[in-house]
Design a protein around this ligand. Structure first.
Ligand code: GLC
Length: 715
C-alpha cells in the first residue's frame, strides 16, 4: 500500500479521492459526460450508478489496462431496499419490528448486488424523521431513534458480515450524517436546526449503532446543522465520528455536496470548499470535482498538506483492499444478472417481508379476512393494477415487470372469486366522471370493494417534498363515490409516507391497510393478508397525522407544564384538531387479539451495575395463529431534564397459535435508562422508573411496574 501510494502522482491521488456517476440511473445534477475518459487518465477511484456484467467488466478493464497504475475501481449503488428483487421501502419494513428480517433482506440484497459487480451500497439511510412532507421519510426506519439504531445494526451486519462468501458481502455507507430528516418545513435540502439534546438522543444514536456494527462508510448530509454545513463539519465528522467513536472507514460526500458549500455560503470557490471538506475529514468527493480542481492550488498555497491527502488516499486503498479488489477486481461478478426469478427464494423472501411490513390499521366488524368463498370482488383505484409504484423510490435495478400488483395478487390468491377491475381515476391529475361512473357500477355489483389509492412514484424520495401529503383530489372524488355505494370497503394505501386521510374516508372504510410500497411481491402479500393466509403483525414505525398542521406529531413527546386536559382551557391543545395523531407509532391490528398478563420483575430496586429481568405472559385470544409484537418502554417521571412520556427500549415478536400463551422476557440495565443530562453527558438518577410492556404505545394496551434506581456511586 505505501509503495503504491509512493508511486502516485498528485493527479492520481486526487483521482482515488474522486467518485463519478455512470448513467444507468440519475441520482443528481448532470456531471462529466463520459467518466471513462477520466478513468483512463487515472482521475477516478470509483463509479456509482452502474452495474451488470458487461458494464462493470468494461469499466474495470479500462482501469486495469489503460491506466498507469492499474488501480481497480470500486462500484457503489443505492441498494436501499433490494437490488433487483425489491423489498418494502425502509419505512414500511421498519413496521415489521423484526431485526432478523431487516438483516435477511440486507443480506439478500448484497447477494444480488455483488453478483452485478457492486461492492458498496449507500445505505442504510438513518435519518430519523417525523415529517411526512419530506419525500425521503420513505428511506428511513421511522420516527424513533432507537428503532433506527436497531435497524442500522441489522442492515450493516446484513450487508457486510453475513453471506458465506466474502465476495457476497457489500460495504455499507450509513447516511446522511446527521439530522437530515429534520429539514425545515420538510423541504428537501433546507436548513436544519435541532437541539444538542435531540442530536445526542435521537439523531446520532443510529449512526453510532452503525459504527459499532462496523459500517465501512459514512455519508454526510447535504444540509447544514445549526448553520454548520455537514460537508464541512469537522467537529462532528472528525472530532466525534473519528476520534470519539473511533470510526476508521471512509467518509464519502453526497452527490456534488462539496461544491455546494459555495451555495451554503461558507466557501468562496471550489478551492475553499475542497479545503473545508478535506479538513472535516471527507475522503471521497462524489461528483463535485472539488478535490481534483481545488486541492492542487490549496497545496501550492500551503492551505493543506500532502499528508492530509495521503491519509484519504490510504483509506480509499485500504477500502479497496478490504473489498478484495486488488486480489480479484472482478470479484463476485456474474454473467447473469440476478433477480426474483433467477433467485426464487428471494422472491419468496420479498413476499414474506411485504406481508410482515403491511399494517392493518382498521378492521370494523372483522370484515377481514375475506372468506375464500367471496364471490364478487371489485379492485378499484389508480394503484390497483400498478407495479411500478409498488417498487417505491430508489429501486435501482428493480424491474417493475417482475413486480406483482394488487390486482394480480388478488386474482392469484382469490382464485375462486370473480375479480373485476376499474381504475376509476388517474394517480394524480384531472378527475374523470366516466371513469368514476364505471368504478361505481362495478362496485355496486360486487360483494366487497378493494379501493387501492396511493402515490405516484415520481412524487416520492429525494427532492419530492409536498406541502400536502395527502390523496390527490381525483382520488378523493373516486373514493367519495365508492364510499357512497355502501359496498363493504377495504381501503389499501400504497404510499411512501404517512398521508393525511380525511375522516369521512376513514369512517367510510370498514378496513384499512397501510401497504405503503411493498416491493416486488406487494400484490401477493396484500392478498395473503386479505384472505387470511397471513395474520397481519406489523405495527407503525411512524405516526400518521390528522392534518398537516399537526406535523410533527410522534409517540414519545415530552410532557408540558400544562398537560392536555379537555376540561382545562389553559392546557396544551388545538382549537381545530385533536392533539393526537390519527394513527400512532406502535399502532396496528391483527386477526387475533393478544392479551398481556401481569408484568413481573425479579427485583424492585436496581443500581448502575445491575440488570433487572422482566417477564410477562402473552396469550393469543383469537382464532388464528399469528405473531404478537410486544414493546418494552420506560418513563422517567422525575429527571434533571424533561423526559418523554414514553420511550421504547426493546421489542420482540413471538408466534402464538390460537389460544397459546407464552412468557416473554426482557432485561433492563442502567445504560438503557441513561439520558443526556443538563451537560448533555449520559446521566442516571436515583428514583422511580416506570417500566411498561405493551402491544402498542397506547396506555390501554400496556402493563406497568415501577422500579427504584439506587446508584452505588453517587457522583
Ligand atoms: C443522492 C442522495 C444520496 C445518494 C447519492 C448517490 O443525491 O442524496 O442519498 O446516495 O446521491 O446516488
Amino acid at each position: 500500500m505505501e509503495q503504491l501510494l509512493g508511486e502516485m502522482t498528485l493527479v492520481e491521488k486526487l483521482g482515488q479521492m474522486t467518485m463519478l456517476a455512470a448513467s444507468l440511473v440519475v441520482t443528481g445534477p448532470p456531471g462529466p459526460d463520459n467518466p471513462a475518459t477520466k478513468v483512463r487518465q487515472g482521475r477516478v477511484g470509483g463509479l456509482l450508478n452502474t452495474w451488470g456484467h458487461d458494464e462493470i467488466r468494461e469499466a474495470q478493464r479500462v482501469a486495469l489496462e489503460e491506466t498507469r497504475l492499474k488501480i481497480p475501481l470500486y462500484f457503489g449503488v443505492d441498494v436501499l431496499h433490494g437490488h433487483r428483487t425489491i423489498y418494502p421501502i425502509p419505512l414500511a419494513e421498519a413496521c415489521a419490528f423484526d431485526r432478523d428480517l431487516w438483516r435477511r433482506t440486507a443480506r439478500e440484497s448484497a447477494d444480488e448486488a455483488t453478483r452485478d459487480g457492486i461492492q458498496m451500497t449507500f445505505a442504510p439511510m438513518l435519518d430519523v424523521c417525523r415529517d411526512p412532507r419530506w419525500g425521503r421519510i420513505s428511506e428511513c426506519a421511522g420516527e424513533d431513534g432507537y428503532i433506527n439504531a436497531e435497524y442500522a445494526r441489522a442492515k450493516v451486519l446484513g450487508f457486510q458480515s453475513d453471506n458465506d462468501h466474502p465476495h457476497r458481502r457489500m460495504m455499507g455507507v450509513a447516511k446522511h450524517f446527521v439530522a437530515y430528516g429534520a429539514v425545515m418545513q420538510g423541504r428537501d435540502y433546507a436548513q436544519v436546526d435541532v437541539s444538542e439534546r435531540a442530536l445526542a438522543e435521537i439523531y446520532l444514536p443510529p449512526f453510532k449503532a452503525a459504527v459499532e456494527a462496523g459500517v465501512g462508510g459514512i455519508m454526510p448530509s447535504f444540509t447544514d446543522l445549526a448553520g454548520v454545513a455537514m460537508s464541512a463539519h469537522r467537529a462532528l465528522l472528525h472530532d466525534l465520528l473519528r476520534v470519539q467513536w473511533g470510526f476508521n472507514g471512509v467518509i464519502i460526500s453526497d452527490y456534488n455536496a462539496i461544491a455546494e458549500l459555495i451555495h451554503h455560503g461558507v466557501a468562496a470557490d471550489l478551492m475553499d470548499a475542497a479545503v473545508l471538506a478535506l479538513r472535516a475529514g471527507i475522503d471521497i468527493d462524489m461528483m463535485a470535482g472539488a478535490y481534483e480542481e481545488g486541492l492542487p492550488l490549496a497545496l501550492e498555497r500551503g492551505l493543506v498538506h500532502i499528508d492530509e491527502i495521503d491519509s484519504c488516499v490510504r483509506r480509499v486503498l485500504m477500502m479497496k483492499e478490504a473489498m478484495g479488489l486488488f486480489e480479484d477486481p472482478y470479484r463476485g461478478l456474474e454473467k447473469q444478472s440476478p433477480g426474483p426469478d433467477t433467485l426464487p427464494h428471494h422472491r419468496a423472501s420479498a413476499r414474506d417481508a411485504a406481508r410482515r411490513s403491511l399494517v392493518l390499521i382498521k378492521n370494523d366488524s372483522d370484515l377481514l379476512p375475506l372468506p375464500r368463498s367471496t364471490k364478487r370482488i371489485a379492485a378499484i383505484g389508480p394503484l390497483a393494477d400498478k407495479q411500478s409504484e409498488l417498487m417505491g423510490p430508489w429501486c435501482m435495478a428493480g424491474d417493475e415487470r417482475e413486480a406483482i400488483g394488487f390486482l394480480q395478487g388478488l386474482r392469484e390468491v382469490f382464485a375462486q372469486s370473480d375479480i373485476s377491475h376499474v381504475q376509476g381515476a388517474v394517480v394524480d391529475g384531472p378527475s374523470d366522471a366516466q371513469m368514476i361512473a364505471a368504478a361505481v357500477t362495478t362496485t355496486q355489483a360486487s360483494d366487497v370493494v378493494i379501493l387501492c389509492l396511493g402515490e405516484d412514484r415520481q412524487h416520492c424520495g429525494e427532492a419530492a417534498s409536498r406541502t400536502k401529503p395527502e390523496p390527490p383530489e381525483c382520488q378523493l372524488e373516486l373514493a367519495r363515490a365508492i364510499v357512497a355505494t355502501g359496498t363493504p370497503l377495504v381501503l389499501v394505501l400504497a404510499t411512501s409516507r404517512p398521508w393525511i386521510i380525511p375522516q369521512w374516508l376513514i369512517d367510510g372504510s370498514q378496513s384499512i391497510l397501510l401497504a405503503m410500497f411493498g416491493g416486488t411481491e406487494a400484490g401477493r402479500a396484500t392478498a395473503d393478508i386479505l384472505i387470511g393466509d397471513y395474520n397481519p403483525s406489523a405495527r407503525l414505525s411512524i405516526s400518521w397525522p390528522v392534518n398537516t398542521g399537526q406535523i410533527p406529531v410522534f409517540y414519545n413527546m415530552r410532557n408540558t407544564g400544562r398537560p392536555h386536559d379537555p376540561n382545562n382551557g389553559f392546557s396544551t391543545n388545538f382549537l381545530d384538531a385533536p392533539i393526537n395523531a390519527n394513527w400512532l407509532f406502535g399502532d396496528g391490528l391483527s386477526y387475533s387479539r393478544y392479551e398481556l398478563g401481569d408484568l413481573r420483575v425479579d427485583v424492585a430496586t436496581m443500581d448502575e451495575t445491575s440488570t433487572i429481568h422482566l417477564a410477562i405472559d402473552v396469550v393469543n385470544a383469537g382464532k388464528q395463529a399469528g405473531e404478537a409484537t410486544v414493546f418494552l418502554f420506560i418513563h422517567d417521571p422525575v429527571a434533571q431534564v424533561t423526559r418523554p412520556l414514553i420511550e421504547i427500549k426493546d421489542f420482540v415478536k413471538t408466534m402464538l397459535n390460537a389460544g397459546q400463551s407464552k412468557t416473554l422476557r426482557f432485561t433492563l440495565n442502567a445504560d438503557q435508562l441513561r439520558y443526556p443530562g443538563l451537560d448533555l453527558q449520559p446521566r442516571l438518577d436515583d428514583g422511580r422508573i416506570d417500566v411498561i410492556v405493551g402491544t402498542s404505545a397506547r396506555a390501554g394496551d400496556q402493563k406497568r411496574v415501577s422500579i427504584e434506581m439506587r446508584r452505588k456511586m453517587r457522583v
